[in-house]
Structure formats: structure tokens, C-alpha cells
Ligand binder design. Sequence first.
Ligand code: HEC
Length: 128
Amino acid sequence: MSTSSSTAAERDFKREFLKIVIILFGVLLICFSIFFLKHQENSKYIIETLELNGSAEEGDALFKINCVGCHGITARGLVGPDLHSITQRLNDKEIIKQVTGGLTPPMPSFEIDPENMSNLLKYLHSLE
Ligand code: HEC
């Protein structure tokens, strides 16, 4: 009698355990898909940006609106670092991630369309 009830408990436990494993697996799968889709989206944005040939003047104007507060009117640095020769230290992809990623507070993440991102890149290249 006692053996059969413990086997039933065991079976219950196994069933619960299996349920939890399946749920965890599902959650993991969802997280992974979101990560994957986000990654795809980011790569698409980067590829689109790099295919464009922006204008340094437009980029300069954008810089004056969005970046001078921290990087200075001539990009010589203020709160944020000097951006002259930045294009020798970081490649375009890294700069795009820096500007859109928001990974280094207090610098915010910027939502910039590929055209304007390309303009900004062109401007940063013109600072060399
Ligand atoms: C609120 C202030 C702030 C604003 C606005 C800002 N930045 Fe920054 N930026 C920073 C700071 C601070 C860093 C240094 C982050 C670190 O490395 O920890 C930085 C770093 C960078 C870097 C990397 C520099 C390096 O030496 O690695 C680039 C490129 C850059 N910013 C570009 C821009 C551009 C382009 C804009 C405008 C679209 C902008 N930033 C707007 C504060 C700002």
C-alpha cells in the first residue's frame, strides 16, 4: 500500500517536472527567437546604412542638432570624447552600434533612419 502511493507521488512529481522542463524550454525558445529577430533587424539596418553614400553637410547639420551638447560644436569633446579620428579607431559598424545602441550611458541611443545615419558617418569621416 505504502509502496504504491509513493510510486503515484513519484509519477506526479515526474509529470510536474516534465511540465516545468517543457515550459522552460518554451520560454527559452521564445527568448531566443526574439533575440534572433532583433539581430536580423539590426543587421538589416546596418547593411542598408552601409550601402548608402551619405552627405557630410547633412551629417554636420544632424551632428549640430543631436551631438554637440556632449561632443562639442567642433566635435573636439566635452562630456563625450573628441570624435576626430574616431573613424580610425572604430569601423562604421561599430560607430552605428555606438550611436543606435545606447550601450554607453550617458550617451543616449538615437533612432536614426539609414539615410541620416549614413550622413552622420560621412561627417565623422570628414573629421579625420
Ligand atoms: C548625453 C551626451 C551625449 C550625446 C548627446 C551624444 N554622445 Fe556620443 N558619447 C557620449 C559619451 C559620454 C561617450 C563615451 C562613452 C563611453 O565610451 O563610455 C560617447 C561616445 C561616443 C562615440 C565613441 C567614441 C569613442 O571614443 O569610442 C561616438 C562615435 C559617439 N559618441 C558619437 C555620437 C554621435 C554621432 C552623437 C549624436 C548623434 C552623440 N555621440 C551624442 C555622450 C554623448
